[in-house]
Design a protein around this ligand. Structure first.
Ligand code: FAD
Ligand code: SIN
Length: 534
């Protein structure tokens, strides 16, 4: 049954930023500096972002021994034929300026003994260009800096819908502790992060439920490249671990850590000339292959030869110790886990979508930077560069007068979250095939019908309509609906891509197909079902 929320409050802004991570807060800062009235919505608290957890660092062209051309080449190589070279050049070229702005705001990056900024190397990079903070706590420093900038953020407030009209964006429907509200605005930025919670185990925080994908699709925007879900090769393995799992940064391999199996054999020898520092998709696949061959669910990272490990990687040391492992004396058990959504809402390198006033930046966006596989530490870079550009671009909409008059009725389709995560983990992870993708799709559809019946029964027995449920349940409803639509979109695109490319590996189509060297985009049809076009 279609529902329209009862609106309890209203507000106005020149720009609504949905998301309080690196992309959202950077955009908000630029827009405030231009005199825009900005409202930032963040579903969680100030540290409930992927940004806060980022470890390795920010990839940015080094002043010496590096060049934009070299960083572009590494990015395009990792992207396996699907990067947009102009977008790559644009974002990479904007890096040094964007990092300088963050430093002026107060971010402190690690330095070497001679006072120069320290740079590490990660998978797919041809040189040491990744700057970091607090050893392996780069994201915490970035988030701390942006949180301290005094921006107007409403925490615990979720965007439910974007309302469009004849001249583009008219407003955002929001759920807060005051109930549902409407913010009238001519400009909205989706900066909602990724969709790691589609899988049973992920590096992502609990709020990474693909909300921005659902908001964009329902607003009429297109998403692309969503079949390319990046699995990080090295996430701390503990038996039965689900939900957000601690990351073991690629920088550990950059500093000399090596991947071995239980017999002490290298996992990546002979797989790629860069060995353990090959692009992420290559290393994750090599680990999955070895695990399958040995019938195990993890391999090991040997970091014992790294001097001063505890000082260089304090966050990782803490996570290992909490799991009873001493990384300076023991092997670290690791396995791949869902980490990053390479595709997203289709934008230009300034974060603009074709819908006037609708922008996307950060992990939720698909600018063309990442192609079929993101290069390590290019995400914080993109959030900084494109976020700042959106803050400036949104000024174009200042003075466009809009008012939300009608809130569109909506039918929510949601599968049970645990079922959905299991289906995606079993059938749409590092290696997929047609039969598994079809099975996931069918079982999800059946799960949606069953979930709807259970929810209707619960509403009947408590004699409450869905609107009377406490906010926690309404919040979960927004997330489950988004997860379900995002999962359907990933499955649709993954089934259509009958080849292997970047982080999309099909065991039934093991090679790349030149005819498919193009992005697939997905929109909703008039009935709200995702449809794919090439
Ligand atoms: P996020 O930082 O995830 O913020 C999303 C925001 O949106 C949150 O405030 C959330 O509450 C809010 N939100 C979501 N839905 C809604 C809604 N419906 N309504 C209101 N608010 C909503 N990248 C690198 O470049 N270098 C690294 O070293 C690195 N390390 C990483 C380590 C880990 C463990 C993880 C998980 C990721 C790492 N990444 C790294 C990736 C990178 O951190 C993220 O891609 C990036 O921080 C995303 O930033 P963002 O601003 O797009 O989203
Ligand atoms: C890491 O530190 O390995 C994560 C870096 C990234 O995701 O870019």
């Amino acid at each position: 049954m279609a529902t329209v929320p009862t609106i309890e409050w209203e507000s106005d802004a020149d720009l609504v930023v949905i998301g309080g991570g690196i992309a959202g807060l950077t955009a908000a800062r630029t827009a405030v500096a231009r005199g825009l009235r900005v409202l930032v919505l963040a579903k969680g608290g100030p540290l409930d972002t992927a940004t806060h957890y980022a470890q390795g660092g920010i990839a940015v062209v080094a002043p010496q021994g590096d060049s934009v051309t070299s960083h572009v080449r590494d990015t395009v190589d990792a992207g396996a034929g699907l990067c947009d070279p102009a977008a790559v050049r644009s974002v990479v070229g904007g890096g040094p300026h964007a990092v300088a702005a963050l430093t002026r705001l107060g971010a402190v990056f690690d330095t070497r003994a001679d006072g120069a900024v320290a740079r590490t190397r990660e998978g797919g990079h041809s040189t040491r260009r990744v700057i970091h903070a607090g050893g392996d706590a780069t994201g915490a420093e970035v988030q701390r800096t942006l949180n301290a900038a005094g921006l107007p953020v409403l925490f615990g407030t979720a965007a439910r819908d974007i309302v469009t009209g004849p001249n583009g964006i008219h407003g955002v429907v929001v759920l807060s502790d005051k109930g549902f509200g409407v913010v009238h605005t001519p400009a909205a930025l989706l900066a909602t992060g990724g969709l790691g919670q589609l899988y049973a185990s992920s590096t992502n925080p609990p709020g990474a439920t693909g909300d921005g994908i659902a908001l964009a699709l329902r607003a009429g925007a297109a998403v692309a490249d969503l079949e390319f879900v990046q699995f990080h090769p090295t996430v701390l393995y503990t038996q039965g671990g689900r939900g957000r799992r601690p990351l073991i940064s690629e920088a550990v391999r950059g500093e000399g850590g090596v991947l071995v199996d239980a017999d002490g054999n290298s996992v990546t020898a002979g797989v790629h000339p860069r060995g353990d520092l090959a692009p992420r998709d290559v290393v994750a696949r090599a680990i999955a292959t070895r695990m399958r061959a040995l019938g195990t669910d993890h391999v090991y990272l040997d970091a014992r030869a790294i001097t001063g490990f505890g000082q260089r990687f304090p966050t990782i040391t803490g996570s290992c110790r909490a799991a009873g492992i001493d990384p300076e004396a023991e092997l670290i058990p690791v396995a791949p886990a869902a980490h990053y959504q390479c595709g997203g809402v289709v934008t230009d390198p300034h974060g603009r979508t074709p819908i006037p006033g609708l922008y996307a930046a950060g992990e939720v966006a698909r600018t063309g930077l990442h192609g079929a596989n993101r290069l390590a530490s290019n995400s914080l870079l993109e959030g900084l560069v494109v976020g700042a550009r959106v803050g400036a671009a949104a000024a174009e909409r200042r003075g466009v007068r809009v008012r939300v008059r009608d809130i569109p009725a909506r039918v929510d389709h949601a599968a049970d979250r645990r079922l959905l995560q299991q289906l995606m983990t079993d059938h749409a992870s590092i290696v997929r095939d047609r039969a598994g993708l079809d099975e996931a799709h069918e079982r999800m559809k059946a799960g949606m019908a069953q979930h709807r019946t259970l929810r209707a029964k619960a509403a009947e027995t408590t004699e409450r309509g869905p609107e009377a449920h406490p906010p926690a349940e309404l919040f979960a409803g927004i997330e489950d609906t988004a997860l379900t639509l995002a999962a359907q979109t990933v499955l649709l695109a993954a089934a259509a891509r009958t080849e292997s490319r970047g982080c999309h590996t099909r065991s039934d189509h093991p090679d790349p197909d030149d005819l498919l060297r193009q992005s697939f985009s997905v929109r909703l049809d008039d009935d709200g079902h995702p449809v794919l076009s090439r």
